[in-house]
Design a protein. Sequence first.
Length: 95
Amino acid sequence: MDKSQKPVNKILVATDGSEAGISAAEYGANMAKKLGAEIVAIGVINVHKYESIAHTFTGQMGWLSVKEKFIKEREKEVTGDLNKVREICERKEVH
């Protein structure tokens, strides 16, 4: 390692629970294991994706009326997504 480079202590993994998000968590955990780093995970809610779908069926006012409820429901799923990341890290013995 070049003296000007700092060691990697933490790796940020963002996941939305999708297959790609879980793959990113696997990759991040592998890198953390190799580097002796820890994982910091964040769950992501892609509101814009669902907003455009809702607009198609309900228009702007329809989306605004269900947006808060949608986000609350998705927060529960994010907890599950983050638990998947935790399981990956535990399996790979990464903290």
